[in-house]
Design a protein around this ligand. Structure first.
Ligand SMILES: [Zn+2]
Length: 92
């Protein structure tokens, strides 16, 4: 990265930081509230299968049909039989 590029990035950051911080927090709160409502139902809003918590990160929930085999709940390992659904959300 050239010094000029670095300066341009820093400029853009300082210009938007003050006004966007509050917006960002409000947005995250809305996203988390929505996710909590979804998790409370226990079901994926896309495909209706169960949601399960991914314990590798706080507040991370995924559809039990998540395409990655390692993330799939036991019982949904049959990739052909069950739909692939990549729904995930964060409650924290
Ligand atoms: Zn799903």
């Amino acid at each position: 990265m050239t010094p000029r590029m670095a300066a341009a990035i820093t400029d853009a950051g300082s210009r938007s930081r003050r006004s966007s911080k509050h917006n960002h927090e409000a947005r995250m709160a809305a996203i988390h509230a929505e996710a909590q409502a979804i998790v409370a139902t226990g079901k994926c809003p896309r495909c209706g299968n169960a949601l399960h918590r991914n314990s590798s990160m706080t507040g991370w929930w995924q559809c039990s049909c998540y395409p990655s085999p390692a993330m799939r709940t036991v019982g949904y390992v049959d990739m052909e039989r069950y739909p692939k659904c990549d729904f995930q959300c964060f409650t924290a």
